[in-house]
Design a protein around this ligand. Structure first.
Ligand code: PTJ
Length: 248
C-alpha cells in the first residue's frame, strides 16, 4: 500500500506497515501489534516528543552502560523491526552485545530475527540468544524470557529491556542486575521497577542514546548517576501527561 508523504500520520503509518511486514516474516508476534498500539496511545498523550525527563533518563542510561562490565541490550520482535539500524550501530561501535530474548518463542522466530539483524551489518560476535548450546534458565523468571544466553544476560551487570512485559525486571533485579527500560507507559510494572526508565518512543531514543554514549566519560557518568533519581523522572512524566490534558 502506498502512503502519501504529505499524509499527516505518514510516519506512524509507515511504522505500522513495517510491523505488519515483520509479522508476515515471523519477526514480530501478533501481540507485538497490540503492544505497539498501546505505545502509540501513550505517545499521543506525550505529544509525540522527547521530553526533558526522557533526556535525563537517556543520559543516565548511557552512564550506566559506559560503566558496565557486561552490558547487554535485549531484543524482541518490536525492537528488531522498529530500530534495527540504531541497535546495530550502538552494538558495533560501543561493543554492547544484543541478545534475542522472546516472550513468544514461536518456531523459527529467533532465526528470523538473527538473520534480520545480520543484514544490518551486526558483528556476529555481538549477537547472543540464538545458539541452543548456550542457553541457561533464570529461575527468578517464570515465563519463556527465563531462557537466556550464558555469555549474555546471564552474566550481564546492566541489561537494557525495551518494550517489556510483566515481571522480568523484578527477576533481573533479584539477580543484582541494573535494569534500563524504554517504555512510553510510565505506569507499567516495568517502568515502575526499573532502575532507569526512559519514557519515550523507542524510535526516538536510540539515536539520542548513541550521542550520549559517544560523549560521556566514566567520571561524568559516576557523578551523574549519584544525582539521578528514577522516581523523580517518573513523576515528571506523569505531570507532563496531566498538564497536556488539562490544557486541551
Ligand atoms: O517479541 P516478543 O515475543 O518478546 O513479545 C514482545 C511484546 C512487545 C509483544 C511483549 O513484550 C508485550 O506483550 O509487551 P507489553 O506487555 O504489551 O508491553 C510493552 C510496553 O511497551 C507497553 O507498556 C507499551 O506502552 C510500550 N511500548 C509500545 N510501543 C512502544 C513502547 N514503548 C516505547 N516505544 C514504543 N514504540
Amino acid at each position: 500500500m502506498v502512503i502519501p508523504d504529505n499524509h499527516p500520520r505518514a510516519k506512524s503509518l509507515h511504522e505500522r506497515h513495517k510491523l505488519i511486514e515483520g509479522l508476515h516474516n515471523n519477526i514480530l508476534t501478533e501481540a507485538g501489534l497490540i503492544a505497539h498500539g498501546r505505545g502509540e496511545a501513550f505517545d499521543y498523550l506525550l505529544h509525540e516528543q522527547t521530553h526533558r525527563f526522557a533526556e535525563k533518563a537517556i543520559k543516565a542510561a548511557a552512564s550506566q552502560l559506559i560503566l558496565a562490565k557486561h552490558p547487554i541490550i535485549s531484543v524482541n520482535g518490536n525492537t528488531a523491526i522498529l530500530i534495527p539500524e540504531d541497535m546495530v550501530r550502538i552494538a558495533n561501535k560501543h561493543k554492547i552485545p544484543l541478545e534475542i530474548n522472546l516472550f513468544y518463542r514461536k518456531e523459527g522466530r529467533v532465526e528470523a530475527i538473527k538473520n534480520h539483524l545480520l543484514t544490518f551489518g551486526l558483528d556476529p560476535n555481538l549477537l547472543f540468544g540464538c545458539d541452543n548450546s548456550q542457553y541457561i534458565e533464570i529461575q527468578e523468571i517464570s515465563h519463556l524470557r527465563r531462557i537466556v544466553d550464558r555469555r549474555g544476560i546471564s552474566i550481564a551487570d546492566v541489561v537494557v529491556v525495551p518494550l517489556e512485559d510483566g515481571d522480568r525486571t523484578q527477576g533481573l533485579k533479584k539477580l543484582n542486575k541494573k535494569v534500563i527500560t524504554v517504555d512510553l507507559n510510565p505506569l507499567s510494572r516495568t517502568s515502575q521497577t526499573a532502575d532507569i526508565t526512559i519514557v519515550d518512543n523507542i524510535t526516538r531514543v536510540f539515536t539520542l542514546l548513541e550521542k550520549e554514549l559517544d560523549l560521556i566519560t566514566r567520571d561524568e557518568a559516576l557523578e551523574y548517576l549519584k544525582k539521578y533519581d528514577n522516581q523523580v523522572i517518573l513523576q515528571e512524566s506523569l505531570r507532563q501527561i496531566r498538564q497536556f490534558n488539562e490544557k486541551n
